[in-house]
Design a protein around this ligand. Structure first.
Ligand code: FE2
Length: 374
């Protein structure tokens, strides 16, 4: 075929922002060295990269941790001023950045901003001898941000500027971010659902209201938005609903001083093994009432796992029309009752444990009451 008769492959074409998945989750914390040690020993993560004064960075120290496809970054301020110190003073330790892997960070940023996202960092390139990574950042709920990471050919462990540093964790069988849950203020849930729809093309995948998620005292509403390649990015968005007493979402908003990430759910390939190991390492989990396990066989039907073992480890089970899931929730991982983790194993089920909300809420309320916040 002669030149000029070929289709023009270079012609610009409008396309949806392509989010490949969650690239990493960065926490701003008071003491990153200790936080990294906690996630390494209690959760089994490897420390894979570091930046700080030794690498020429003057204002922060950051540790990148990895397990399976999950990358967490712990960043602490080295000065009393600046965005990291401000974030920690207001929110305590918490999630600052939910980063997405993209194939074109500049396009993803321009796309998001043209659809109403507020820019935080214009597209820029970080480089070292191992290659280049293109990054750009936009703001989302509260002080949380989304960073687009285009790491095409980068050969280092995390990002340019970090030096590779390996301290092995034992591994807890955690392999993937299943979903990240955001708490927002009363009446703001629908605004953020439409924000994710407008900016990233996310659709509402499931929703829950007070009739699904309520106990005698407190209630919440939740809509689950999902998008990105093959629906790899899932964000349930919660708001408090009116109950007799304070919703757990209100308690979070009070202590976090605004909206933020409530929990990160990590998929395990074998939740019984994972939770057994995590418990022995000192991870602390919420306890379901004993009555939960008495009605469980009737509620979920036959499952592969030994019910007695699930009861000992306090693992919860739920079923939908596609299969079942096993899940468990940690207690908050800071002194403030804010961020916690979920460990989840899916055996076909696409839900989020609706059948466990009641038992879970009761467990959370027992803890809220012990803190004097119910
Ligand atoms: Fe969850």
């Amino acid at each position: 075929m002669k030149a000029g008769t070929e289709p023009d492959l270079a012609a610009p074409e409008y396309r949806e922002t392509s989010l490949e998945g969650v690239d990493h989750i960065e926490f701003f914390v008071g003491n990153a060295r200790q936080a990294a040690h906690f996630y390494r020993t209690a959760f089994g993560f490897d420390v894979v990269a570091y930046q700080g004064p030794e690498t020429g960075v003057r204002d922060r120290a950051s540790y990148a941790l990895r397990q399976g496809d999950v990358t967490l970054v712990m960043t602490a301020p080295l000065t009393p001023d600046g965005e990291i110190a401000d974030h920690v003073r207001l929110h305590g330790d918490g999630v600052r950045t939910l980063a997405f892997t993209v194939d074109d960070a500049f396009a993803a940023f321009q796309d998001a901003v043209s659809r109403g996202a507020r820019p935080v960092a214009e597209p820029h390139v970080l480089e070292d001898q191992r290659g280049a990574v293109r990054l750009a950042t936009v703001r989302t709920f509260g002080d949380t941000v989304h960073t687009f990471v285009e790491r095409a050919e980068y050969g280092g462990s995390f990002l340019p500027g970090y030096r590779d540093e390996f301290k092995g964790g034992a591994g807890a069988g955690l392999r993937l971010v299943d979903h990240c849950v955001c708490n927002v203020e009363l009446t703001r849930m629908d605004e953020w659902v439409s924000w994710y729809n407008r900016v990233f093309g996310f659709d509402v995948f499931q929703e829950f209201d007070e009739s699904d998620i309520a106990t005698q005292y407190s209630a919440l509403r939740s809509k689950v938005v999902r998008g990105g390649r093959e629906g790899r990015v899932t964000f349930p968005i919660n708001e408090p609903a009116k109950g007799l007493r304070k919703s757990q979402i209100d308690e979070y908003l009070d202590y976090y001083h605004g909206p933020g990430v409530q929990h990160i759910a990590l998929q395990s390939e074998d939740i019984v093994e994972s939770v057994d190991w995590l418990r022995r390492q000192g991870a602390e989990f919420l306890r379901a009432p004993d009555s939960y396990y008495e009605s469980l066989p009737e509620r979920v039907g036959p499952i592969d796992e030994d019910m007695q073992r699930l009861r000992e480890l306090n693992i919860l089970v739920d079923r939908d029309e596609h299969g079942y899931l096993l899940q468990i929730f940690t207690r908050p991982v800071e002194d403030r009752p804010t961020l916690f983790f979920e460990v989840i194993q899916r055996k076909g089920c696409r839900g989020f444990g609706k059948g466990n909300f009641q038992a879970l809420f009761q467990a959370i309320e027992r803890e809220q009451e012990a803190r004097g916040n119910l």
